[in-house]
Design a protein around this ligand. Structure first.
Ligand SMILES: Cc1cc2nc3c(=O)[nH]c(=O)nc-3n(C[C@H](O)[C@H](O)[C@H](O)COP(=O)(O)OP(=O)(O)OC[C@H]3O[C@@H](n4cnc5c(N)ncnc54)[C@H](O)[C@@H]3O)c2cc1C
Length: 140
């Protein structure tokens, strides 16, 4: 991908001990098949990627521990997940502020206020699932 006029290149691995091996293979492939030339490497980063599983289920919390963002399941398989994290975080904070000790009402408000966000996530999952056979098992 391209960000701020710079290329961001990377690989996704299950076995972290093989990062370097896969990364080198990917870079070689890009050099050979797409004429990649790296003048200067500005930064090296590692991220944890969420595991996308079928169903797009949302877990709003467990008891008095409320979940927001990707851990709750507001996970956009197209990326761009920051807004979903902020929106669900705002909704759960509002629900807590309005019903501090009434846990049932907190959950009710939180679920109601994130219904549209949940529908959007489900739409995105189905959209990605229909893109290629390799993603088809995430279709809801
Ligand atoms: C390479 C990459 C590029 C991306 N680009 C974009 C982009 O351009 N725009 C966009 O909108 N989204 C982008 N995303 C997605 C975006 O980063 C995520 O959707 C977003 O950060 C999710 O927010 P979150 O709060 O749910 O989770 P996170 O940001 O993952 O926050 C969870 C936090 O909990 C902490 N944590 C985990 N376990 C524990 C524990 N046991 N105890 C205490 N703390 C813990 C973690 O360290 C982390 O700080 C990108 C993601 C990646 C990987």
């Amino acid at each position: 991908m391209k960000k701020d006029e710079m290329l961001v290149l990377g690989v996704s691995v299950k076995d972290t001990s093989r990062i370097e091996q896969f990364y080198q293979r990917f870079i070689s492939y890009m050099e050979t098949h797409h004429g990649l030339q790296i003048g200067q490497q500005v930064k090296a980063e590692k991220w944890l990627m969420p595991h996308i599983r079928p169903g797009c289920s949302v877990t709003y919390g467990q008891g008095r521990v409320l979940f927001a963002g990707e851990i709750a399941g507001f996970l956009n398989p197209m990326g761009e997940g920051i807004s979903a994290g902020m929106e669900s975080g705002y909704c759960v904070a509002q629900a807590i502020a309005n019903h501090f000790d009434a846990l049932d009402m907190i959950y009710t408000d939180y679920q109601r206020d994130t219904q549209q966000l949940k529908s959007y996530m489900e739409h995105q999952w189905n959209f990605v699932g229909r893109m290629a056979d390799t993603f088809s098992d995430i279709i809801i």
